[in-house]
Ligand binder design. Structure first.
Ligand SMILES: Cc1cc2nc3c(=O)[nH]c(=O)nc-3n(C[C@H](O)[C@H](O)[C@H](O)COP(=O)(O)O)c2cc1C
Length: 197
């Protein structure tokens, strides 16, 4: 059951030296490939990083999160940006009509970077994490990194930027699961009940 897998999930920041077999890597990637996306645009590329030097460099560009170097492999989830002329900004303009003019006028470079969230790479990432759990493979997300440096390192095209990184490997320790907020604290039924905590 997916719910049981989710109950066992925790962020892993220390991995054994055992390598994840290629067939399992492919199965994890397949879980990401099957993700939903707005308009089925699938605006992403998934970079599989196994090269130890590149992994070390990514750890450095992640503000020296050295634990990343213990991972068997990384997946860099990259956002492929659609051109403005193809209506790329329409989604944000309809979601925030009050700011449509500002959205329209934003420089392309800035817009692409700030709007990376809208490109939904957290969905294939979450699929991959779930698939990994089934094989007993631990993971962690990394958002705390210099996007432009990692994008350049991976030789990404101009319209494609690294939006998230996920580390994969066999857990080296038995970390406890983090406390999660109570059910009643995160769920509301129909209309919000105040006070807002
Ligand atoms: C989008 C996202 C980005 C994250 N970035 C980092 C990161 O850069 N470095 C890190 O050590 N953990 C990172 N984490 C892991 C969180 O710290 C972790 O999910 C949180 O503390 C809850 O713990 P749990 O995943 O074990 O439930 C990130 C998590 C998410 C969802």
């Amino acid at each position: 059951m997916i719910i049981e897998l989710l109950k066992s999930r925790r962020s892993v920041r220390n991995y054994t030296e055992e390598k994840v077999p290629q067939t399992i890597i492919e199965s994890i990637l397949e879980a990401g490939r099957l993700s939903p996306s707005g308009g089925n645009e699938q605006p992403w590329k998934f970079g599989v990083i196994t090269d130890r030097e590149i992994i070390s460099q990514i750890a450095e560009y992640s503000y020296n999160q050295n634990w990343i170097k213990t991972a068997s492999f990384l997946v860099v989830l990259c956002t492929s940006n659609v051109e403005k002329s193809r209506g790329a900004r329409n989604i944000q303009k309809v979601r925030f009509p009050k700011y449509a003019d500002i959205i329209d006028e934003m420089e392309e470079d800035v817009y692409i970077r700030l709007n990376a969230e809208e490109h939904q790479t957290k969905i294939p990432g979450s699929h991959m994490i779930l698939a990994a759990l089934e094989y007993g493979i631990g993971t962690n997300w990394i958002s705390y990194f210099d996007v432009d440096k990692v994008s350049e390192l991976l030789n990404l095209p101009e319209r494609c930027i690294a939006s998230e990184i996920i580390t994969f490997g066999y857990p080296a320790d038995e970390n406890q699961q983090k406390l999660k907020r109570d059910f009643d604290d995160v769920i509301f039924l129909n209309k919000f009940i105040y006070p807002y905590k």
